[in-house]
Design a protein around this ligand. Structure first.
Ligand SMILES: [Zn+2]
Length: 573
């Protein structure tokens, strides 16, 4: 299933109706696309030309990326260039996007076309052969270089990709022929079409996936975008026409992944806890080079069946862990901590199942060690960034710690900060303060504020008298849990808005909409009204614990208004 949501393309591989593999590509709209464009102006000072390829901004063509007819050999020898002198405004050129446009910056294009295949990359403006540096075996490099030299079309260059490792001459030859055909198709289209227009769309990851897997084990490809499907059809028609009928368009009203129940499984590939069928859970912690997978049991059904339950859970964990490793595309070391098994035959069964599951993985995996306590170490080699790295960035709130301070920690720190701030206030005549006391405003998240108010505000009152301060408290669900803003009242400032009594009035009736945030997500709970914590009670209060909010609209009556919080009774729920 292919979901196109520019600039993102998601490819979900399903086996037996379940999500088996997931690939997400945000890399590059337009990257690798070939256009017929028209030179708008030549800028000799910049050694560049601007080309209209039909996008919002003209694309930049550097001198070094200009190739004149019959120039290939000299370009390949490094003596190329000077081509721009011969380029004229209004001239039509065939260019390929080397760098997609970013923001208001136009694309960068090149006249040196190159097309990636499954095993090789064919380039027009070169006549040399190269082998990917990532191919390690020297014998294999020599074999592939010899093959490539034999297969290289005249006046073209070939680079052998890592994927070619072990591939036969027949496969490589077919790949080269497909690319030459594609290049000829692009050149033919260029002769007959009107600039500016797109001659070839590079499907990026999607194109590679379809090219590599459609012939082997994929029975059907469902695409939710007509334009993408057309481009795929064109690609398949040139390389394997008999497979074209396997492509189909999804035109349902519901989003494709949602309609097929895959969206939820995709979400799980980003979650820390993944449930197992018999009630157990996998807890997955991904770090840069190490992924720890912890297997937890669900509830046991009875003592006599303990060993059976452990075995079942561990076997389910094998399947789910191998799936999550694929979906998340984790790399480096993976440590799976299975539940302890007493029986040797159970341990062997789990290990066998793991080996079988890993054998299905397209990435290279190896089981390194199994400790007596049930800890299995696996190494997994992947190509690109993990799903986690593609979709996330380090958390700016906790700086990647993955933890936030508890409300108690924040409250204690805030008290220390208040004391420190109070000691730095220069003395002022009592006429400028509230009866000789300075006013200080504290703004924080309700959770931390509740901790600050522990013992019904006893700590806060003690702090006021120790520091000679008058403290005002304002809470806001929108703040960071660790945030606490302190500010001093200045002379002549109207502080009445802070006085709790002016925000809500005892006896006042208010209606709260459904889904009003609460803290904590259980009774007794606080809501926030005009920056004031309001302690809610009454039989009509229904709390949605998962969302930490009220479940329905409520009519409440303010019963008491204190210095830092108020109480309210639910009159009608
Ligand atoms: Zn965080």
């Amino acid at each position: 299933m292919v979901n196109v949501e520019p600039p993102e393309v998601r490819v979900a591989e399903l086996r037996g109706g379940r999500l088996w593999g997931l690939d997400v590509d945000r890399g590059g709209r337009l990257l690798g696309d070939v256009f017929k464009g028209r030179v708008v102006n030549v800028v000799p000072g910049m050694d560049a030309a601007f080309v209209n390829i039909g996008l919002e901004h003209n694309a930049l063509l550097h001198e070094g990326d200009i190739v004149r007819a019959g120039d290939q050999a000299s370009v390949a020898k490094g003596s190329g260039g000077r081509g721009w002198i011969a380029l004229r405004s209004g001239e039509e050129v065939v260019v390929q996007v080397a760098r997609p446009p970013v923001g208001s910056k136009g694309a960068r294009v090149t006249m040196r076309l190159s097309l990636p295949g499954r095993y090789v990359v064919l380039s027009e403006s070169s006549d040399t052969v190269g082998v990917s540096r990532r191919l390690e075996s020297e014998d294999e490099r020599v074999r592939l270089r010899r093959l490539a030299e034999r297969l290289r079309p005249l006046d073209h260059g070939l680079v052998v990709r890592t994927e070619a490792e072990g591939a036969s001459e027949v496969l490589l030859g077919a790949d080269v022929r497909t690319l030459v055909g594609l290049l000829e198709g692009i050149r033919a289209a260029a002769r007959t079409s009107q600039a500016p227009c797109r001659l070839h769309r590079d499907l990026g990851l999607l194109g590679r996936l379809v090219r590599d897997r459609l012939g082997e084990d994929v029975s059907r490809v469902v695409v939710d975008d007509a334009e993408t499907l057309d481009a795929l059809r064109f690609q398949v028609r040139t390389s394997a026409p008999h497979l074209e009928e396997r492509l189909e368009l999804y035109a349902g009203a519901l989003p494709l992944f949602k309609a097929r129940g895959v969206e939820r499984e995709v979400e799980r590939a980003g979650a820390r806890a993944v449930p197992l069928p018999s009630g157990g859970t996998l807890v997955i912690d991904e770090a840069e080079a190490l992924t720890a997978i912890d297997v937890n049991t669900g509830r046991f059904t009875g003592r006599s069946r303990l060993a059976e339950t452990v075995l079942t859970t561990n076997l389910e964990a094998v399947e789910e862990a191998s799936r999550q490793m694929r979906l998340r595309d984790v790399g480096g070391v993976v440590a799976i901590d299975f539940i302890d098994m007493d029986r040797t035959r159970d341990r062997v069964r789990v290990l066998d199942a793991l080996e079988a599951a890993l054998a299905q993985d397209r990435a290279k995996t190896r089981i390194v060690a199994l400790s007596p306590s049930g800890l299995v170490e696996i190494t997994r080699r992947r190509e690109g960034p993990s799903l986690r790295a593609t979709l996330n960035r380090p958390c700016p709130y906790c700086s990647g710690r993955g933890m936030v301070k508890t409300p108690q920690t924040v409250a204690l720190e805030t008290r220390r900060r208040i004391r420190e701030a109070a000691s730095n206030i220069p003395a002022r005549p009592s006429s400028e303060t509230a009866g000789g006391r300075e006013r200080m405003q504290v703004v924080m998240h309700p959770e931390s504020a509740c901790a600050l108010l522990e013992d019904e505000g006893a700590h806060l009152r003690a702090l006021e008298s120790q520091c000679g301060l008058m403290l005002h408290l304002t809470v806001d669900f929108g703040l960071h849990l660790e945030a606490a803003r302190l500010s001093l009242g200045s002379v002549g400032e109207d502080w009445s808005f802070d006085a709790a009594a002016s925000r809500v009035v005892a006896g006042e009736r208010l209606s709260l909409p459904a889904a009003t945030p609460l803290y904590p997500a259980e009774e007794p709970a606080y809501a926030v009204l005009h920056g004031l914590l309001v302690h809610m009670e009454g039989p009509g209060l229904a709390i949605d614990a998962a969302r930490a909010s009220t479940t329905k609209p409520l009519l409440i009556e303010i019963t008491q208004v204190g210095r830092w919080f108020a109480t309210a009774l639910v009159v009608q729920g």
